[in-house]
Design a protein around this ligand. Sequence first.
Ligand code: SF4
Length: 329
Amino acid sequence: MRENVEELLTITNLKKHFPLQKGFLDNLLAKKKGFVRAVDGVSFFIQKGEVLGLVGESGCGKTTTGRLILRLLGPTSGEVLYNGKSIFSYSRKEMERLREKMQIIFQDPYASLSPRMSIGKAIGHPLVIHNNFSKAEIRERCLQIMEKVGLTPASFLYKKYPHQLSGGQRQRVVIARALVTNPDFVVADEPIAMADVSVRAMILELMAQLKEEFDLTYLYITHDLATCKYICDRVAIMYLGKIVEIGTLEEVFKKPAHPYTATLLAAVPVPDPKYRRTHPIPKGEIPSPINPPPGCRFHPRCHSAKSTCSVHEPDLVEVREGHWVACFL
Ligand code: SF4
């Protein structure tokens, strides 16, 4: 199935378990150390030039997955191949060079920009770290990229500070900073979550346009499945540290095969007062990743659960070409 696919990234059985701090009483009673199983064995690939959406509720492990792929976090186990080479085998120096090619757009532009750094300095900062450009060259490159992302007039905004810009402009600054090193791959971590509704479509449109212009590959992380249809080629649905469904945008939207995906799709607002929800919302709350349920992790909330679902864990199996699902149904 994947013979002709040019994979930029191949992620295999990636895990990240964060150890819990033990309290005084736990030490006294010699209790076993607990772990938050943020990412618990995810495998997928990202093709060159595609946009893969990674979708799930808060706390499902999607942001941790993005950070593991960029090696901003070390894994508990598993592998990430970038152009066929393990990123965990790179030396510090090699990793510095690789970071030029793999960038991230953070969720909260206000928090990710220093209030004491002008916009021009913030955008040019990755060039100072990664390259030996002169000050004039850095300024020139910054002004070019500012124009590209719509921060105009660039020479006027160059000396402004984050608090002097609107929310939409700050988001554009973060995008410009990610693109200034001319990367191949960008993790966009909820890039529109903090933006006003009026600028969300503009940001997504800008990202799509920049993808074409710079020949980019994106991992688009979001909790809002509806926004995937504006930018994604394929979608991966994540639940409690695992991928439960992955396929092309069309397949996942038209023929969702996992009850959780169907629930996420049914939760997308429909601008019709007469519309009535046909799919029930999941029971209860998302369980703790410290003690995930046995068997299928979705079984306590699933309306279609059978007795086997609480005992056995379903594997991710291919139900149609390129469409994989982890569900006994
Ligand atoms: Fe529901 Fe069972 Fe499928 Fe899990 S395996 S999603 S519990 S039907």
